[in-house]
Design a protein around this ligand. Structure first.
Ligand code: IPM
Ligand code: MN
Length: 360
């Protein structure tokens, strides 16, 4: 029997509940397709600070690096918000991305037909729907540049710096071209080349590579314009490639036009098959422990793991189709129910499991 060892980083807030849902779904798929999953939990984020004094204990890094892939819930919460930058829960995310070499972040944002009514954009704007794949650079740029405090012209001053090497730009651009090649062959590279030197190098390298991908149509867009175009006409986008910070911002914007951030999974990938999969939403401390959270983004992150880490296409399809079916049948968690009676986290998970089990 095929066996995969998966590290679980449940984290804080709703993290444990949504990861438990994804685990139950994967176990159901495993049973059906004769795949065995060994799940091993490790501490990350606020809970790791509470229990070990560090947001990312060495044991967690070692466990992730020894696993076949990693599933993460969410980190952070008000309890740890006043800690200094280097021991905040969020620091653990940057640390694990860096330790695992996860330079690619794939963030798909598509409009589910069943959720069209949730989209805040005018009906005519989304008449054709949209299906966007954001390829975000994840281990470079301003997130990882030199930063600190110093005495400046006006006294106390803080600074963060952005740098990108040719190597970093080339490898993420290649992932983006390859991704576009498997989709609608349309790549938009987003930068701020009218101001930033890093963006000018980014743009130059993206175009240098174009000759190797003659089947892909590539164009540039400035990030401010892109933010506008995403709400003006989202269906013009197929694959987007952009830097760490621009990708962070634009992916939140893209998530909102799909209706709920509770639906969006992500995959963070390296140059090997070990990845880290997580919902793009946060830890939602206000509803933690109440069995109210939407687990679909995490369940779909499990589907992405099946596809990108293990090439288990059937497993991935089973999960994605089951989620589609459950939404089509009108089942909703509170984030999508507008005050109407909603299913709990565990109830919607049961529905998805039922749909998988019945091949529905
Ligand atoms: C994300 C988050 C993180 C990021 C934070 C929590 C460090 O916003 O995954 O999008 O900015 O990458
Ligand atoms: Mn973000």
């Amino acid at each position: 029997m095929k066996t995969y060892n998966i590290a679980l980083l449940k984290g804080d807030g709703i993290g444990p509940e949504i990861v438990d849902s994804a685990v139950r779904v994967l176990e159901c798929v495993g049973k059906k397709l004769n795949i065995k999953f060994n799940f091993t939990p490790y501490l990350i984020g606020g809970i790791a600070i509470d229990e070990t004094g560090k947001p990312l204990p060495e044991e967690t890094v070692e466990g992730c690096l020894a696993s076949d892939s990693v599933l993460l819930g969410a980190v952070g919460g008000p309890k740890w918000d006043t800690l200094p930058g280097n021991i905040r829960p969020e620091k653990a995310l940057l640390g694990i991305r860096s330790a695992m070499g996860l330079f690619t972040n794939l963030r798909p944002a598509k409009l589910y037909p069943a959720l069209k009514g949730e989209c805040p954009l005018r009906e005519d704007i989304v008449a054709n729907g949209f299906d966007i794949m954001i390829v975000r650079e994840l281990t470079g740029g301003i997130y990882f540049g030199e930063r600190g405090y110093r005495e400046g012209k006006y006294g106390e001053e803080a600074y963060d710096t952005e740098s990108y090497s040719r190597m970093e730009i080339e490898r993420i651009a290649r992932v983006a071209y390859e991704t576009a090649r498997k989709r609608n062959k349309k790549l938009i590279s987003i930068d701020k080349a009218n101001v930033l030197e890093t963006s000018r190098l980014w743009r130059k390298i993206v175009h240098e590579l174009a000759s190797e991908y003659p089947d892909v149509e590539v164009a540039d867009m400035l990030v401010d314009n892109a933010a506008m175009q995403l709400v003006r006409n989202p269906s013009q986008f197929d694959v987007i490639v952009t830097s760490n910070m621009f990708g962070d911002i634009l992916s939140d914007e893209a998530s909102q036009i799909t209706g709920s951030i509770g639906m969006l999974p992500s995959a963070s990938l390296s140059d090997n098959t070990r990845g880290l999969y997580e919902p793009i939403h946060g830890s939602a401390p206000d509803i933690a422990g109440q069995n109210k959270a939407n687990p679909i983004a995490t369940i779909l992150s499990g589907a992405m793991m099946m596809l990108y880490s293990f090439n288990e296409v059937e497993a991935s399809d089973l999960i994605v189709n089951a989620v589609d079916k459950v939404l089509e049948k009108g089942y909703r968690t509170a984030d999508l129910a507008h005050g109407a009676p909603a299913l709990t986290t565990s109830e919607i998970t049961d529905k998805i499991i039922e749909a998988i089990a019945n091949n529905d």
